[in-house]
Design a protein around this ligand. Sequence first.
Ligand SMILES: [Zn+2]
Length: 303
Amino acid sequence: MECHCSHQFFFNFSGNSSLTSYGEDGINLIYFFPFEEGDVLGTTYIHDDQIDHHIIEVDTVINSSLDWSATSTNPPINNLQALMLHEFGHWLNLRDLYGDLDTPYKSDISPVQKVMFYEKRTSLGNWNLVTLSDPDKAGLSWIYDHPAPVINAIYPATGENSASISVNITGSNYMSMTDSDLSVTLSKSGQSSINANSVLLISSSRVSCTLPITGAEPGQWDVTLQHHDGKTVTLTNRFTILNQPVVTGITPNSGENTGPVNITTLSGSNFSSGATVALTKTGQTTINATNVSVISSSLLHQR
Ligand SMILES: [Zn+2]
């Protein structure tokens, strides 16, 4: 299917119709009718040309036996805008999402905040949805084309190779439909790539994941985010892996509690710029050092 992502749709009010029935008659009709089934909010009928199935006409019937408001947020007053957004999905040939509410959903067919879910409930967050939610946009993007992801930032952008680290990636155009169709990878020349675990779409502008960097080569690594459709974004040298610092000596190693103590030398290995120094003792407030300067990767100085 071709991408028509930039196309817009408009409703123009053409006045009240004098029609008393709906059907294939060349007129797209939005019609109030008292359904006998009281739980049906509305129905859309799609008429196609019977040849190549181009849609040539749609009629939407709204159940006039129910109470309606354009702004309702709670049952039993139904939200007309929310229903029409759903029915408009049918105009575009999107179908209802069905599922068994009494058994757990797979995460990729959750009804929560989905315009096209067949039933509207406040507990599902779709009773008064009048704009597309992120899951709806992801669904549309799955069907149509979708712009490539963009990364603006990764936080934190540094991690020690002594443990896995959880990070947030912010940017735009993020999407996923299942638990496994979004990937984040660290790569570095001469090293095996590191695939992130627990990659989770938080919103279209934020993804969280866990980077298993235990034992990884220190240095700057490229960060790549990839969608199911193969579109990727890579930021070079964006995540820095550090060796865990080791402290082997401190001079002086004692001080009186009458004033600040000037530590002339803190020795060890794997020190890097931006390092912080603190004294800790169980049950006591941590004492943070000031004026820390890194002389070399094995020497810290504090005045
Ligand atoms: Zn429907």
